[in-house]
Design a protein around this ligand. Structure first.
Ligand code: IMP
Length: 417
């Protein structure tokens, strides 16, 4: 099996965690390598739902080694909550990168403030509709080379001083309301968080490593390593629908950057997509539609954000977008999820091609919100999921090897090629 990579092929929320959890049963190591607490990875085991935002999705298998690599933006508070509420004891199995950047309260405050619509804003800034988890501002610090990393927590006294200064500076600079910019208020907030940072270091000090060595050594020892992506290709900072994207890279190339595993050592790249499409937050969504059918899909498919609980926007399956995703990621195979949500609709549609100006392909820029789309219909009443797969697979020219038609692990099926 070697090194397998699982990614979202569209706008995130494709059901990656479920597929990672399924493949993890044959893996020795599962590594989460990107995003932060902006994502909610859902798995259902024996009818019980577990949602995690930072832990790698293979944690339910008692022997699986878990890694959080340096590409993850780590909110220590969220991680500690997850570790405590996790049904399996993962403390001894979790290795955390010393180079992972930390998310702080001021990052969330800036992110939250950027989400507010300002009618007379002449700066050209758009409201992205982020999850408000501080991811963008944390990445901005990383890129400005003023970020704090997990390794900084080893000297807690020095760290506290530096964080306090930063929190005060940033809150004053960004002009939050009076209380939030008040030094005493900030001091109290920082001190309250210090207890959690201390607990984190006490718990994990022996598990903090340079995970690039750890992961490469695992591969050299012949272990099966599974890399778990976050968000989806169309939310990628460089290849997605900028500026309506997340602040990290979500495509296959990012897996090497964020883990230190060379591209040539990744043996299998799997893209996950839903039988229809959803998007949360603002930005172009060519196959989006509204009305009773969209409402039904949202309700049956539980299409509400697992982090923010926002209703997800609904659209038909978009093959030009998927073809783009196959091109950017070089998927070896695809997995389709949630066909069951469409089953009662009698007839569904999918975008088979669309035109923008003189070109006939998907281009991930903001103006693509109104391309001329050619839709095809598929009757679910007299057809099977296998037929749907065969129809779209012909057009995608990438094998669809698995599909799921329910929330549980047992609802994953292999497709005969
Ligand atoms: P941020 O990642 O919180 O900065 O949000 C940027 C954009 O990415 C927003 O449109 C979010 O709704 C979207 N986004 C971030 N994480 C996820 C995810 O896990 N699933 C779906 N959309 C996401």
């Amino acid at each position: 099996m070697g090194c397998t990579l699982v990614l979202g092929a569209t706008f995130g929320d494709e059901g990656k965690a479920k597929i990672v959890d399924y493949i993890a049963k044959d893996s020795d190591v599962v590594c989460r390598f990107s995003g932060g607490s902006n994502c909610g990875h859902t798995i259902v085991v024996d009818g019980k739902k577990y949602i995690n935002r930072l832990l790698p999705s293979g944690y339910m298998y008692p022997k699986t080694q878990l890694v959080i690599s340096q590409g993850v933006l780590l909110d220590i508070e969220v991680l500690m909550e997850e570790v405590k509420s996790c049904p399996a004891d993962i403390k001894s199995r979790l290795i955390i990168s010393a180079k992972a950047h930390l998310v702080f309260p001021y990052h969330k405050a800036i992110d939250y403030s950027n989400n507010i619509e300002r009618p007379n804003d002449n700066t050209g800034r758009c409201v992205i509709g982020t999850t408000g988890k501080g991811i963008g501002p944390c990445v901005a610090d990383k890129v400005n080379r003023i970020g704090f990393m997990v390794a900084d927590l080893f000297d807690l006294w020095k760290f506290r001083k530096a964080l306090l200064v930063r929190e005060i500076e940033e809150r004053a600079r960004t002009q939050f309301d009076f209380e939030e910019a008040d030094e005493n208020w900030v001091r109290k907030q920082v001190d309250a968080k210090m207890d959690i940072y201390e607990e984190f270091i006490d718990t994990f000090k022996d598990n903090i490593e340079d995970t690039s060595f750890i992961l490469n050594n695992f591969l050299e020892d012949g272990k099966n390593v599974l890399l778990e992506g976050a968000q989806g290709t169309l939310l990628d900072l460089d290849h997605g629908t900028y500026p309506f994207v997340t602040s990290t890279n979500c495509v296959s190339g990012a897996a090497s950057v964020y883990t230190g595993i060379p591209p040539k050592k990744i043996d299998r790249i799997i893209g996950v997509f839903k039988a229809y499409t959803t998007r949360v937050g603002n930005g172009p969504f060519p196959t989006e539609f509204e009305g009773p059918i969209a409402d039904k899909i949202r309700e049956v498919g539980h299409e509400f954000g697992s982090v923010t609980k926002r209703p997800r926007r609904i659209g038909w399956l978009d093959l030009p977008a998927l073809k783009f995703s196959c091109m950017i990621n070089g998927f070896d195979e695809l997995v389709m999820t949630k066909y069951d949500v469409l089953q009662d609709l009698k007839e569904v549609k999918f975008a088979s091609e669309y035109w923008e100006g003189s070109t006939c392909h998907f281009t991930a820029n903001p103006s693509m919100s109104t391309p001329k789309i050619h839709y095809e219909s598929f009757g679910t009443a007299n057809n099977t999921c296998e037929n749907y797969i065969a129809t779209i697979q012909r057009k995608l020219k990438t094998p669809i090897t698995m599909y799921s038609d329910g929330a549980d692990r047992e609802a994953i099926h292999h497709v005969k090629q």
